[in-house]
Design a protein around this ligand. Structure first.
Ligand code: DI6
Ligand code: FE
Length: 400
């Protein structure tokens, strides 16, 4: 087994106590694809003396970043809607007029699989260049059996083409396609639920997601999707309380959801339900910013109820054309008043939890050796700078 040793670094383990689980004058020992030891260099056990050593000139090491909510696979773009919104149209008006998600569905159905992959890799590369080592990708722009399966296959392919872990979420309940307009339950029966079964049987699904909103699916309809997920033994998560409060997060919590995402319009009862279920709140400041939302998610209530906070890009062509997790960190602090430490834990330890992954997101013995080495002197710099990528080196599965 390969043994290597990282020295002359500070390590933000995102594991220990505040601030950042920080260890100064640290060393990280790696064996194979796992972290074998982390601590102060002076305390390094002799067992690691024979490892090949790399010094990083006093730089900062963090866990590899995790983007736990993306829609990275899609066809076309929505620049025209950006223009329409600047002329005064709202996101909901555009969606109700057949634009929005449905226009991306049309473009995604028309795209060749190779083209979807090529464009998804371009976006994945932007994330990887900022130290991302794990990312989640959703379906939901197919809304028919073949295209949903294609999207999930393309998502899996990203992990074959690049050194990154991909987790897939089935999002068949993203929008009601035009041919099922006004018949959402029929769409679930005839398309969404059978496709979920087929995708799961093909090993293409790690979790099941939905969009619970006036312009999408009701809580009762989402509950049907979650029942199907439960029957397949798949964990669930939900786009909830993004534009209004329908009780989606509480519904998700009642299914022990991994996460409830967006949650700007969540109330205290919903926060308490998430806390009781251990459901992570995934905050998506890119969508908040793009839609010029003014309702800030209830961050203080999440703190009071000890709901773990994660941050993600929500990279999608409509509400969040953002392919920078570092910018999401900055926006999380500036727009939502997260501390830089909450933001960093939100794209490491808590993002891992939002994906149900216990083997990453912190720097501790036994964890995957997914690391990012940064040319910064303090971890707060990662969130503080805007449009600046301080990544020096990425380590994926122990490979420097
Ligand atoms: N909420 C979002 O922010 C994305 N999906 C969702 O359910 C937006 C998707 C889009 O506008 O294409
Ligand atoms: Fe989303």
């Amino acid at each position: 087994m390969s043994k290597s040793l990282i020295v002359d670094v500070a390590v933000a383990t995102c594991d220990g106590p505040s601030p950042y689980g920080l260890i100064e004058d640290a060393a990280v020992a790696i064996e194979g694809d796992r972290i074998a030891w982390v601590g102060r260099r002076a305390d390094l056990p002799a067992a690691h003396d024979d490892a090949s050593e790399t010094g990083f000139g006093g730089r900062l090491v963090t866990p590899g970043l995790i983007d736990c909510h993306t829609h990275l696979v899609f066809g076309g773009d929505r620049a025209r809607e950006f223009e329409l919104r600047l002329e005064g149209a709202s996101y909901e008006e555009i969606a109700r007029a057949g634009g929005g998600i449905m226009s991306t569905v049309t473009a995604t159905r028309a795209a060749a699989e190779a083209e979807l992959l090529k464009d998804a890799l371009t976006r994945a590369d932007a994330l990887i260049a900022e130290g991302v080592t794990t990312l989640e990708v959703k379906s939901g722009y197919g809304l028919d059996r073949d295209t949903e399966l294609t999207m999930l296959r393309v998502a899996r392919r990203i992990a074959q083409e690049r050194p990154v872990t991909v987790r897939t979420s089935f999002l068949g309940a993203h929008a009601v396609p035009a041919d099922y307009s006004g018949r959402a339950d029929t769409y679930l029966d005839e398309v969404c639920l059978p496709t979920l079964e087929a995708a799961s049987a093909a090993g293409l699904v790690d979790a099941v997601d939905g969009f619970c909103e006036g312009i999408a699916f009701s809580p009762a309809q989402i509950a049907r999707v979650f029942e199907a997920a439960r029957a397949l033994n798949l964990p669930v998560k939900l786009h909830a309380e993004q534009l209004s409060n329908l009780g989606g997060a509480a519904l998700a919590a009642s299914y022990k959801a991994l996460s409830a995402d967006h949650v700007e319009y969540l109330d205290e009862a919903g926060v308490a339900a998430m806390a009781a279920a251990g459901t992570v709140a995934v905050l998506l400041p890119g969508a908040f910013y793009t839609l010029r939302e003014t309702q800030v998610p209830p961050v203080d209530l999440f703190r009071q109820h000890r709901v773990p906070l994660a941050l993600a890009t929500d990279c999608n062509p409509g509400s969040s054309p953002l392919a920078s997790l570092l910018l999401a960190l900055n926006m999380g602090c500036t727009l939502f008043r997260l501390t830089p430490e909450e933001a960093l834990r939100g794209v490491t330890a808590h993002a891992a939890r939002a994906l149900g992954l216990g083997d990453r997101g912190t720097i501790a013995p036994g964890q995957r050796a997914d690391l990012a080495v940064w040319s910064v002197s303090h971890p707060a710099e990662l969130a503080y700078r805007i449009g600046f990528n301080a990544l020096h080196r990425r380590v994926f599965g122990g490979v420097l």
